[in-house]
Design a binder for this molecule. Structure first.
Ligand SMILES: *[C@@H]1O[C@H](CO)[C@@H](O)[C@H](O)[C@H]1NC(C)=O
Ligand SMILES: *[C@@H]1O[C@H](CO)[C@@H](O)[C@H](O)[C@H]1NC(C)=O
Ligand SMILES: *[C@@H]1O[C@H](CO)[C@@H](O)[C@H](O)[C@H]1NC(C)=O
Length: 252
């Protein structure tokens, strides 16, 4: 067994037959995509039958499909070093906060998701104050929706963290990408707070998350790529490519 500690404890929690070998005093953590587990310890339905682990590039295409199919993610930002608002506890200075947010991939095929940033939102305030952001997306909810079943193990389903920064989209860019139609198509309720609408409940702006790095956990390390993508490959994935692949539970 050569598993990093978090994965190891995960496997121990879900696979009772697996015997733990004592952790070495100074464990050398292997690169995750080379982790192998004892396949006897996994349920037979997951036993590989001529299965090949998707490559890093193939996984990048799967991740672009995950982004394209995602309606929401957890957006993390970091509070400024100096908290100036009387409504924010000083104790959270320089600390990350993750909050679920609507997203839509309105600028395909760039791989940069679109967000409707309300000026009153904590995430927006932190980003405007200079914080970089990360956006976590997963296939967990969608898998259950598609299959009407809980996965045997959600830990074996794809998820990713996109890392970068937010920038405001120009009016021209919003029009060119058809952002309003794209975003309200996924989130009908967002028409009540569209940027530029004087009667909107809250003022907001269209933001582009510029993705600079992507960390991917395709599933268990013996059957999925786990690690960082090449950002150039992420940006270069064409729409036809992600449309041609399938995530777990999707029909052809
Ligand atoms: C991954 O894709 C990029 C862009 O298409 C290509 O340049 C690179 O050679 C590929 N890497 C592998 C290992 O196939
Ligand atoms: C916080 O603000 C105060 C007053 O403006 C300033 O003196 C101090 O250097 C700032 N601290 C940090 C960590 O930026
Ligand atoms: C944001 O990330 C960039 C690297 O992409 C880095 O150069 C910059 O210092 C980061 N900004 C902050 C406020 O940490």
């Amino acid at each position: 067994m050569h598993l990093p500690i978090p994965l190891l404890s995960l496997f121990l929690a879900i696979t009772p037959p697996l015997q733990a070998s004592p952790a070495p005093a100074n464990p050398q953590i292997p690169s995750p995509q080379h982790i192998l587990v004892d396949s006897d310890a996994l349920p037979t339905e997951f036993e590989s039958t001529g299965f090949r682990i998707p490559t890093r590039n193939e996984s990048t295409v799967l991740a672009r499909r995950l982004l394209a199919k995602s309606r929401a993610g957890v957006l993390s930002t970091i509070f400024p070093k100096n908290i100036t608002s009387p409504y924010v506890p000083a104790a959270v200075a320089n600390t990350p906060i993750g909050l679920p947010d609507y997203i839509a991939s309105c600028e395909e095929p760039t791989g940069n998701p679109t967000l409707l940033a309300l000026t009153i939102s904590t995430s927006t305030r932190n980003a405007v104050a200079g914080s970089n952001v990360s956006l976590a997306i997963s296939w967990w909810d969608e898998y259950v929706k598609l299959t009407h079943a809980e996965p045997w193990s959600a830990a074996n389903l794809p998820r990713a963290s996109l890392i970068g920064y937010l920038e405001e989209m120009t009016k021209e860019e919003v029009e060119k990408a058809g952002v309003v139609k794209c975003f309200t198509g996924l989130h009908g309720d967002s028409r009540w707070w569209l940027p530029g609408d004087k009667s909107a409940a809250h003022a907001g702006v269209w933001m582009r998350m510029v993705v600079e790095q992507v960390y991917w956990i395709g599933g268990f390390g013996d059957r999925a790529f786990i690690g960082w993508f090449d950002p150039e490959v992420w940006r270069g994935v064409r729409t036809e490519e992600w449309k041609a692949v399938r995530l777990p539970g999707e029909k052809d």
